[in-house]
Design a protein around this ligand. Sequence first.
Ligand code: BES
Ligand code: MN
Ligand code: ZN
Length: 485
Amino acid sequence: MSIKITYLKSSKAKSDANLVLFSNDKFNIKTLKRYLSVNEFSYINDLLKTSDLKKNLFLFDVSSKKKIVIISIKNNIKLSDIENLGAEFYGSVKGKKGGEYFLNSDTIVGNNENFLGHFLHGLKLKSYEFKKYKTKKEANIISINVIGNKNKPSVLNQLKFKSLEEGTFFARDLVSEPGNVLHPDEYANRLRSLKKIGLKVIVYDKKKLKSLGMHALLGVGQGSVRGSYLVTMEWNGTKNNSKPLAFVGKGVCFDTGGYSLKPARFMEDMTYDMAGSAAVVGLMKSLALRKAKINAVGVVGLVENMVSGNAQRPGDIVKSYSGKTIEVLNTDAEGRLVLADALTYTEKRYKPKFIVDLATLTGAIIVSLGSEYAGLFSNDDKLSNQILNAGEKVEEKVWRMPLHKNYDKLMNSKNADMQNINYVGGAGSTTAAQFLQRFIINKTPWAHLDIAGMAFSKYGGALNSGGATGFGVRLLNELIEENYE
Ligand code: BES
Ligand code: MN
Ligand code: ZN
């Protein structure tokens, strides 16, 4: 369902139109009397007396045509809870007939001047749906007319919210596309189109990657009839040449497992194995749209992990861009092979202030953390804490997991410099992270986010209605805004 928000100059609602009003935490609606008719007031007041006031919101059908929504604002409400409230409001009116609402901003309680912006942001994020392949289009629109003078977000804030929404939705679109549509060739083309918003996009194809020596990445894609790519997206938002912040993403457009084939059940989920790259792309789009005053670069490795006469075999040994050799004991541990080359290239080419990579890297992180926290692995406490705090703030939470040289040892190989899985077993997410760390050559502050449990939501979460979440876009934007801008 799409949402249309209009800010009206007037502070009056049409008398028979649906109303959205705010109250204090106890649903004390006396202050709202002047926006309600006598009948409406007593009707609502009576119903509230027998209601569970711990709820955040009530929707009253005051006539066959008119609805009044009362939303309670708890004392000292957190920004993320304001966004959740907007999402909850969307949930309560979604699918109802008569989709025009007058939201009275004068009734907003408390002095959080960003309340309305965050409320509408949460509402928008929750309303996203991917309906591209439904041939029956539903034309349902909810329009929200904001009246009153309080709390209207500044032009700058509106731009910020909008750019975050667009970045998040772009990431969700990419993740939602099926594997037959968003294969590496198509993905690379969609990234080229980002040039028009001011990003410098460079696409390295197979031939170029061969000459650079990125055989870890190329090995993963070699069984596919599609191309394999490394794509860099640069945003230069400052006049100086200060070191960029770097973001690297796993873009496995489909992961069959290769010859270490995955079971049939749920293999279809592996269309979202490019969600790490989508978060990077969505972030870069947001930064460009809001003209962030920083230098940043996004680097994504785009491949398809298939089975064919030319696909990689278990036991193959490949030479990575770093020069280190890898014994590919399991072709399903492919994400780390793609990231290995992307990480070393990013560090060498850009000498960034830090590198954050995002990847749907291991099933094991879902065993550890489920769909509540992404796993965070890092060689740097300061960067870790910045990411942890940003995550708490925007409710894209991360939990720090250990790295240790004893885990690192498990990745040593008899036949090459290292192998891509550990045979001892256990700590699968950590050993994957240890593998990645071997490709950070110059001790650049680095953090790895394993988002396998966060990128896709079967049942929906606070700010998404199920499907692709866009996890990472708002987290990393917050990291930048709070600490580097
Ligand atoms: N893309 C998967 C990880 C994954 C699993 C993401 C479930 C989302 C949901 C990754 O490429 C993979 O297959 N990892 C293997 C690693 C193993 C072979 C060491 C895994 O987790 O089983
Ligand atoms: Mn895999
Ligand atoms: Zn994978």
